[in-house]
Design a protein around this ligand. Structure first.
Ligand code: AN7
Length: 378
Protein backbone atom coordinates (compact mmCIF):
# COMPACT_ATOMS: atom_id res chain seq x y z
CA UNK A 1 0.00 0.00 0.00
CA UNK A 2 1.60 3.27 -0.92
CA UNK A 3 1.34 6.60 0.72
CA UNK A 4 -1.14 8.22 -1.63
CA UNK A 5 -3.55 5.27 -1.55
CA UNK A 6 -3.95 5.80 2.17
CA UNK A 7 -4.07 9.52 1.91
CA UNK A 8 -6.92 9.86 -0.56
CA UNK A 9 -9.18 7.12 0.79
CA UNK A 10 -11.93 9.25 2.24
CA UNK A 11 -13.16 12.72 1.64
CA UNK A 12 -12.17 13.69 5.14
CA UNK A 13 -8.64 12.40 4.67
CA UNK A 14 -8.49 14.09 1.29
CA UNK A 15 -9.58 17.45 2.61
CA UNK A 16 -7.17 17.45 5.49
CA UNK A 17 -4.31 16.07 3.38
CA UNK A 18 -4.46 19.10 1.10
CA UNK A 19 -2.98 21.13 3.88
CA UNK A 20 -0.64 18.50 5.14
CA UNK A 21 1.44 17.25 2.22
CA UNK A 22 4.65 16.55 4.11
CA UNK A 23 7.15 17.17 1.30
CA UNK A 24 8.46 14.49 -1.00
CA UNK A 25 11.09 12.92 1.27
CA UNK A 26 8.53 12.20 3.96
CA UNK A 27 5.93 11.14 1.40
CA UNK A 28 8.20 8.66 -0.38
CA UNK A 29 10.66 7.82 2.37
CA UNK A 30 10.21 4.05 1.86
CA UNK A 31 11.59 4.35 -1.66
CA UNK A 32 14.45 6.74 -0.98
CA UNK A 33 17.95 6.45 0.35
CA UNK A 34 17.43 8.33 3.62
CA UNK A 35 17.40 7.13 7.22
CA UNK A 36 14.85 8.06 9.84
CA UNK A 37 17.35 10.07 11.94
CA UNK A 38 18.20 12.62 9.27
CA UNK A 39 16.73 16.08 9.70
CA UNK A 40 14.79 16.93 6.54
CA UNK A 41 15.20 20.29 4.86
CA UNK A 42 11.94 20.74 3.01
CA UNK A 43 9.70 23.43 1.59
CA UNK A 44 6.86 20.90 1.06
CA UNK A 45 7.91 20.38 -2.54
CA UNK A 46 6.31 17.77 -4.82
CA UNK A 47 2.66 16.71 -5.15
CA UNK A 48 2.45 18.78 -8.34
CA UNK A 49 -0.66 18.59 -10.52
CA UNK A 50 -1.17 16.25 -13.45
CA UNK A 51 -3.40 18.16 -15.84
CA UNK A 52 -5.25 16.71 -18.83
CA UNK A 53 -4.56 18.80 -21.94
CA UNK A 54 -7.06 18.52 -24.78
CA UNK A 55 -5.33 21.46 -26.50
CA UNK A 56 -2.07 19.56 -26.91
CA UNK A 57 -3.93 16.44 -28.10
CA UNK A 58 -5.58 18.58 -30.74
CA UNK A 59 -2.26 20.14 -31.80
CA UNK A 60 -0.89 16.62 -32.23
CA UNK A 61 -3.66 15.98 -34.74
CA UNK A 62 -5.13 13.25 -32.50
CA UNK A 63 -8.04 14.93 -30.68
CA UNK A 64 -8.88 11.97 -28.40
CA UNK A 65 -5.28 11.42 -27.30
CA UNK A 66 -4.81 11.42 -23.53
CA UNK A 67 -2.06 13.96 -22.99
CA UNK A 68 -1.30 15.08 -19.45
CA UNK A 69 0.95 17.83 -18.21
CA UNK A 70 3.07 17.19 -15.11
CA UNK A 71 3.27 20.79 -13.95
CA UNK A 72 6.56 21.14 -12.11
CA UNK A 73 6.31 24.92 -12.08
CA UNK A 74 4.07 24.39 -9.03
CA UNK A 75 7.09 23.54 -6.86
CA UNK A 76 8.17 26.11 -4.24
CA UNK A 77 10.95 27.74 -6.27
CA UNK A 78 9.04 27.18 -9.51
CA UNK A 79 10.82 24.18 -11.03
CA UNK A 80 11.47 20.44 -10.71
CA UNK A 81 14.91 21.22 -9.26
CA UNK A 82 13.31 21.48 -5.81
CA UNK A 83 12.84 17.69 -5.81
CA UNK A 84 16.54 17.03 -6.07
CA UNK A 85 17.50 19.97 -3.92
CA UNK A 86 15.53 18.98 -0.80
CA UNK A 87 17.51 15.73 -0.83
CA UNK A 88 20.91 17.22 -1.77
CA UNK A 89 20.80 19.99 0.84
CA UNK A 90 19.38 17.63 3.49
CA UNK A 91 22.29 15.23 2.94
CA UNK A 92 24.91 17.97 2.69
CA UNK A 93 23.82 19.52 6.00
CA UNK A 94 23.61 16.09 7.65
CA UNK A 95 27.18 15.35 6.59
CA UNK A 96 28.38 18.59 8.19
CA UNK A 97 28.89 20.65 5.04
CA UNK A 98 27.71 24.27 5.12
CA UNK A 99 28.60 25.66 1.69
CA UNK A 100 26.48 24.62 -1.30
CA UNK A 101 27.80 25.31 -4.76
CA UNK A 102 26.41 24.80 -8.25
CA UNK A 103 26.70 25.88 -11.86
CA UNK A 104 23.36 26.69 -13.35
CA UNK A 105 21.34 27.90 -16.28
CA UNK A 106 19.08 29.36 -13.60
CA UNK A 107 16.69 26.88 -12.02
CA UNK A 108 19.27 24.87 -10.12
CA UNK A 109 20.65 28.09 -8.66
CA UNK A 110 17.18 29.26 -7.59
CA UNK A 111 16.48 25.93 -5.89
CA UNK A 112 19.91 25.68 -4.24
CA UNK A 113 19.55 29.21 -2.92
CA UNK A 114 16.04 28.50 -1.60
CA UNK A 115 16.93 25.29 0.23
CA UNK A 116 20.04 26.86 1.71
CA UNK A 117 17.83 29.63 3.10
CA UNK A 118 15.52 26.92 4.44
CA UNK A 119 18.53 25.32 6.18
CA UNK A 120 19.29 28.67 7.81
CA UNK A 121 15.71 28.79 9.04
CA UNK A 122 16.29 25.50 10.87
CA UNK A 123 19.25 26.92 12.77
CA UNK A 124 22.13 26.31 10.35
CA UNK A 125 22.96 30.00 10.35
CA UNK A 126 26.30 29.48 8.64
CA UNK A 127 24.76 27.71 5.62
CA UNK A 128 25.77 29.51 2.43
CA UNK A 129 25.07 29.06 -1.24
CA UNK A 130 27.30 30.03 -4.16
CA UNK A 131 25.95 29.90 -7.70
CA UNK A 132 27.84 30.24 -11.00
CA UNK A 133 25.68 31.34 -13.92
CA UNK A 134 26.52 32.10 -17.56
CA UNK A 135 26.67 35.89 -17.75
CA UNK A 136 23.80 37.23 -19.84
CA UNK A 137 22.17 33.85 -20.51
CA UNK A 138 19.89 33.35 -17.54
CA UNK A 139 16.24 34.39 -17.35
CA UNK A 140 15.74 37.45 -15.17
CA UNK A 141 13.35 35.78 -12.72
CA UNK A 142 15.88 33.06 -11.94
CA UNK A 143 18.67 35.56 -11.35
CA UNK A 144 16.32 37.53 -9.10
CA UNK A 145 15.52 34.39 -7.10
CA UNK A 146 19.17 33.50 -6.55
CA UNK A 147 19.83 37.03 -5.32
CA UNK A 148 16.82 37.48 -3.08
CA UNK A 149 17.12 34.02 -1.48
CA UNK A 150 20.52 35.24 -0.35
CA UNK A 151 23.00 33.26 -2.41
CA UNK A 152 26.28 34.61 -3.70
CA UNK A 153 25.95 34.96 -7.46
CA UNK A 154 28.99 34.72 -9.70
CA UNK A 155 28.40 35.56 -13.35
CA UNK A 156 30.90 33.63 -15.44
CA UNK A 157 32.03 34.84 -18.86
CA UNK A 158 31.35 31.45 -20.39
CA UNK A 159 28.62 28.88 -20.76
CA UNK A 160 27.07 26.33 -18.38
CA UNK A 161 29.47 23.54 -19.36
CA UNK A 162 32.48 25.69 -18.43
CA UNK A 163 30.87 26.76 -15.16
CA UNK A 164 30.13 23.12 -14.26
CA UNK A 165 33.78 22.17 -14.80
CA UNK A 166 34.82 24.97 -12.43
CA UNK A 167 32.46 23.98 -9.59
CA UNK A 168 33.38 20.30 -9.93
CA UNK A 169 37.03 21.19 -9.49
CA UNK A 170 36.31 23.53 -6.57
CA UNK A 171 34.21 20.91 -4.76
CA UNK A 172 36.98 18.33 -5.25
CA UNK A 173 39.49 20.59 -3.55
CA UNK A 174 37.41 22.14 -0.76
CA UNK A 175 34.82 21.00 1.80
CA UNK A 176 31.93 22.25 -0.30
CA UNK A 177 28.77 20.39 -1.30
CA UNK A 178 28.34 20.22 -5.07
CA UNK A 179 24.57 20.29 -5.62
CA UNK A 180 24.44 19.86 -9.40
CA UNK A 181 22.83 16.66 -10.68
CA UNK A 182 26.23 14.94 -10.79
CA UNK A 183 25.45 14.60 -7.08
CA UNK A 184 23.51 11.30 -6.79
CA UNK A 185 21.29 12.77 -4.04
CA UNK A 186 19.78 15.08 -6.66
CA UNK A 187 18.76 12.16 -8.87
CA UNK A 188 17.39 10.36 -5.80
CA UNK A 189 15.03 13.24 -5.00
CA UNK A 190 14.00 13.78 -8.60
CA UNK A 191 12.91 10.13 -8.94
CA UNK A 192 9.83 11.04 -6.90
CA UNK A 193 8.30 12.80 -9.89
CA UNK A 194 7.98 9.41 -11.60
CA UNK A 195 6.43 7.95 -8.43
CA UNK A 196 3.86 10.75 -8.37
CA UNK A 197 2.96 10.30 -12.03
CA UNK A 198 2.26 6.58 -11.41
CA UNK A 199 0.25 7.35 -8.27
CA UNK A 200 -1.75 9.97 -10.16
CA UNK A 201 -2.45 7.44 -12.95
CA UNK A 202 -3.68 4.89 -10.39
CA UNK A 203 -0.72 2.54 -10.43
CA UNK A 204 0.28 2.74 -14.08
CA UNK A 205 3.06 4.60 -15.84
CA UNK A 206 2.00 6.49 -18.97
CA UNK A 207 2.83 4.77 -22.26
CA UNK A 208 5.16 7.64 -23.12
CA UNK A 209 6.89 10.29 -21.00
CA UNK A 210 8.05 13.39 -22.91
CA UNK A 211 10.70 15.49 -21.23
CA UNK A 212 13.14 18.29 -22.10
CA UNK A 213 16.81 17.35 -21.86
CA UNK A 214 19.62 19.71 -20.85
CA UNK A 215 22.24 18.30 -18.52
CA UNK A 216 20.23 15.02 -18.74
CA UNK A 217 19.79 14.50 -15.00
CA UNK A 218 16.01 14.62 -15.02
CA UNK A 219 15.39 12.06 -17.76
CA UNK A 220 17.79 9.75 -15.91
CA UNK A 221 16.00 10.34 -12.61
CA UNK A 222 12.53 9.72 -14.05
CA UNK A 223 13.68 6.46 -15.62
CA UNK A 224 15.26 5.33 -12.33
CA UNK A 225 12.00 6.17 -10.56
CA UNK A 226 9.78 4.35 -13.06
CA UNK A 227 12.00 1.27 -12.92
CA UNK A 228 12.04 1.26 -9.13
CA UNK A 229 8.27 1.64 -8.79
CA UNK A 230 7.80 -1.16 -11.32
CA UNK A 231 10.31 -3.44 -9.61
CA UNK A 232 8.65 -2.83 -6.24
CA UNK A 233 5.30 -3.77 -7.79
CA UNK A 234 3.73 -0.37 -7.12
CA UNK A 235 3.39 0.48 -10.80
CA UNK A 236 2.20 -2.16 -13.24
CA UNK A 237 3.93 -0.72 -16.30
CA UNK A 238 6.95 1.29 -17.42
CA UNK A 239 6.88 4.09 -20.00
CA UNK A 240 8.85 4.76 -23.15
CA UNK A 241 11.12 7.74 -22.50
CA UNK A 242 11.05 10.49 -25.16
CA UNK A 243 13.72 13.16 -24.53
CA UNK A 244 13.91 16.42 -26.47
CA UNK A 245 16.86 18.78 -26.82
CA UNK A 246 16.88 22.22 -28.43
CA UNK A 247 18.25 21.98 -31.98
CA UNK A 248 21.10 24.41 -31.25
CA UNK A 249 22.07 22.47 -28.11
CA UNK A 250 21.50 18.85 -29.09
CA UNK A 251 24.73 16.95 -28.31
CA UNK A 252 23.02 13.63 -27.58
CA UNK A 253 21.07 13.76 -30.83
CA UNK A 254 24.22 14.70 -32.76
CA UNK A 255 26.39 12.19 -30.91
CA UNK A 256 29.04 14.75 -29.99
CA UNK A 257 29.45 17.71 -27.62
CA UNK A 258 28.36 21.12 -28.89
CA UNK A 259 31.01 23.68 -28.08
CA UNK A 260 28.84 26.79 -28.42
CA UNK A 261 25.25 25.75 -27.66
CA UNK A 262 22.58 28.28 -28.62
CA UNK A 263 18.84 28.32 -28.03
CA UNK A 264 16.12 30.66 -26.88
CA UNK A 265 15.43 28.05 -24.17
CA UNK A 266 18.35 29.17 -21.99
CA UNK A 267 17.58 26.55 -19.32
CA UNK A 268 18.69 23.79 -21.71
CA UNK A 269 21.52 25.69 -23.40
CA UNK A 270 23.96 22.91 -22.55
CA UNK A 271 26.52 21.38 -24.92
CA UNK A 272 28.03 18.53 -22.94
CA UNK A 273 25.51 16.96 -20.55
CA UNK A 274 26.93 15.40 -17.39
CA UNK A 275 24.40 12.52 -17.41
CA UNK A 276 24.73 11.85 -21.13
CA UNK A 277 25.27 8.10 -20.77
CA UNK A 278 22.50 7.59 -18.22
CA UNK A 279 20.10 9.42 -20.54
CA UNK A 280 21.11 7.24 -23.49
CA UNK A 281 20.62 4.13 -21.37
CA UNK A 282 17.14 5.34 -20.33
CA UNK A 283 16.15 5.84 -23.94
CA UNK A 284 17.58 2.49 -25.03
CA UNK A 285 16.18 0.42 -22.14
CA UNK A 286 12.72 1.95 -22.51
CA UNK A 287 12.59 1.68 -26.30
CA UNK A 288 12.26 5.46 -26.35
CA UNK A 289 13.85 8.14 -28.46
CA UNK A 290 15.85 11.32 -28.25
CA UNK A 291 15.21 14.05 -30.79
CA UNK A 292 15.61 17.79 -31.21
CA UNK A 293 13.16 20.64 -31.67
CA UNK A 294 13.92 24.02 -33.22
CA UNK A 295 13.49 27.31 -31.37
CA UNK A 296 10.51 28.00 -33.65
CA UNK A 297 8.87 24.73 -32.64
CA UNK A 298 9.59 25.46 -28.98
CA UNK A 299 8.01 28.92 -29.18
CA UNK A 300 4.99 27.61 -31.08
CA UNK A 301 4.39 25.01 -28.35
CA UNK A 302 5.12 27.59 -25.61
CA UNK A 303 2.41 29.89 -26.94
CA UNK A 304 -0.06 27.04 -27.35
CA UNK A 305 0.45 25.79 -23.79
CA UNK A 306 -0.36 29.28 -22.51
CA UNK A 307 -3.09 30.55 -24.79
CA UNK A 308 -4.90 27.31 -25.66
CA UNK A 309 -4.47 25.47 -22.35
CA UNK A 310 -3.94 28.10 -19.65
CA UNK A 311 -0.73 26.70 -18.23
CA UNK A 312 2.30 28.90 -17.61
CA UNK A 313 5.66 27.31 -18.40
CA UNK A 314 9.07 28.49 -19.47
CA UNK A 315 10.43 27.96 -23.01
CA UNK A 316 12.68 25.00 -22.12
CA UNK A 317 9.69 23.17 -20.65
CA UNK A 318 7.79 23.60 -23.90
CA UNK A 319 10.41 21.43 -25.63
CA UNK A 320 8.59 18.35 -24.29
CA UNK A 321 5.34 19.43 -25.92
CA UNK A 322 7.05 20.62 -29.11
CA UNK A 323 8.69 17.21 -29.32
CA UNK A 324 5.43 15.36 -28.84
CA UNK A 325 3.75 17.45 -31.53
CA UNK A 326 6.68 16.75 -33.86
CA UNK A 327 6.73 12.98 -33.43
CA UNK A 328 2.95 12.66 -33.52
CA UNK A 329 2.83 14.52 -36.83
CA UNK A 330 5.37 11.95 -38.04
CA UNK A 331 2.82 9.26 -37.16
CA UNK A 332 4.88 7.81 -34.31
CA UNK A 333 2.12 7.98 -31.67
CA UNK A 334 -0.55 5.35 -31.04
CA UNK A 335 -3.88 7.24 -30.72
CA UNK A 336 -4.78 5.02 -27.74
CA UNK A 337 -1.67 6.03 -25.80
CA UNK A 338 -1.56 7.86 -22.49
CA UNK A 339 1.19 10.47 -22.59
CA UNK A 340 2.70 12.69 -19.94
CA UNK A 341 4.66 15.81 -20.91
CA UNK A 342 6.79 17.24 -18.12
CA UNK A 343 6.62 21.02 -17.88
CA UNK A 344 9.75 21.52 -15.86
CA UNK A 345 9.63 25.19 -14.87
CA UNK A 346 7.24 28.11 -14.37
CA UNK A 347 6.78 30.68 -17.09
CA UNK A 348 6.94 33.62 -14.70
CA UNK A 349 10.66 33.07 -14.43
CA UNK A 350 11.08 34.42 -17.94
CA UNK A 351 8.57 37.19 -18.65
CA UNK A 352 10.85 38.74 -21.29
CA UNK A 353 10.45 35.77 -23.61
CA UNK A 354 6.66 35.91 -23.10
CA UNK A 355 6.58 39.52 -24.25
CA UNK A 356 9.21 39.20 -26.99
CA UNK A 357 7.53 36.18 -28.55
CA UNK A 358 4.13 37.84 -28.89
CA UNK A 359 3.09 40.71 -31.13
CA UNK A 360 1.94 42.73 -28.16
CA UNK A 361 1.11 46.36 -28.72
CA UNK A 362 -0.75 47.92 -25.84
CA UNK A 363 -3.97 49.80 -26.44
CA UNK A 364 -3.84 53.02 -24.45
CA UNK A 365 -6.93 55.02 -23.62
CA UNK A 366 -8.14 57.73 -21.33
CA UNK A 367 -9.55 56.46 -18.04
CA UNK A 368 -13.20 56.61 -19.05
CA UNK A 369 -15.77 54.01 -20.04
CA UNK A 370 -16.43 55.80 -23.32
CA UNK A 371 -12.77 55.70 -24.37
CA UNK A 372 -12.46 52.01 -23.53
CA UNK A 373 -15.70 51.23 -25.35
CA UNK A 374 -14.45 53.12 -28.41
CA UNK A 375 -11.13 51.28 -28.32
CA UNK A 376 -13.11 48.01 -28.30
CA UNK A 377 -15.38 49.15 -31.12
CA UNK A 378 -18.44 48.62 -28.91
C1 AN7 B 1 13.14 24.37 -16.92
O1 AN7 B 1 19.26 24.94 -13.76
O2 AN7 B 1 20.55 22.61 -15.91
O3 AN7 B 1 18.25 17.58 -18.34
O4 AN7 B 1 21.31 24.56 -14.24
O5 AN7 B 1 15.77 24.42 -15.92
O6 AN7 B 1 18.02 17.53 -15.86
O7 AN7 B 1 19.38 19.29 -16.94
C2 AN7 B 1 18.31 23.33 -15.80
C3 AN7 B 1 17.77 22.39 -16.59
C4 AN7 B 1 14.66 21.33 -18.28
C5 AN7 B 1 16.83 20.21 -18.19
N1 AN7 B 1 13.80 22.30 -17.99
O8 AN7 B 1 16.94 19.27 -17.15
C6 AN7 B 1 20.10 24.34 -14.41
C7 AN7 B 1 19.70 23.36 -15.42
C8 AN7 B 1 14.17 23.33 -17.21
C9 AN7 B 1 15.46 23.38 -16.69
C10 AN7 B 1 15.96 21.34 -17.81
C11 AN7 B 1 16.38 22.38 -17.02
P1 AN7 B 1 18.22 18.36 -17.04
Amino acid sequence: MNFLDNLFKSKQARTSSFNRWPGLINAYRDYLNIDSETEIISLCEGNTPLILSPAIAKACGVPGLKVYIKFEGANPSGSFKDRGMTMAVTKAIASGLRIMICASTGNTSAAAAAYTACARSLGYHDAKCVVLVPDGYIALGKLAQAIIYGSQVIQVAGNFDQALNIVRELADKHPIALVNSVNPDRIEGQKTAAFEVCDQLNGFAPNILCIPVGNAGNISAYWAGFKQYYNFGVSKTKPRMFGFQAAGAAPIVLGKPVENPETIATAIRIGNPASWHMAEAAVKESNGLIDSVTDEEIIEAYKLIHSAQGICCEPASAASVAGLIKVSRQGKIDPEATIVCVLTGHGLKDPQTAIDSSQFSPIKTEASMDSVARALNL
